[in-house]
Design a protein. Sequence first.
Length: 137
Amino acid sequence: MLLVEDNPGDVRLLEEAFSEVNFDPEVHTASTWDDAIEFLTGCLNTESTAYPDLLLLDLHLPRSSGFTIIRSLNDDPKFPPRPILLLTTSDDEADVRRGYDLGASAYIEKPNDPAEYASLAKAVKEFWFERARVPPA
């Protein structure tokens, strides 16, 4: 899994939530668009790091947005198709529409209560890692 999130507190909350629901995915983190693309490109060029099965993207990143990342990944055929979950504080209907129009697999509002992150982690685990299938890289 690649988590693209610029807030270290949110990264920590998600990692703790995964642990709380006994889910131990290999989570790579990037705090910027450039770091995310560099990591994904590196996965394609080496066998030591597997291409992630899922991308969790913060919508609002420094110098870019989750929308930009989705567009770039979908426009470049070298990147294998993967579920892309937008994780954001925005409840703007225009953002929701745009996310899905660009190819997001889900649009998820970040929980306001840190305790709710466990429910989010459980839902991600049960659906995206136990039910859904993704094509090989």
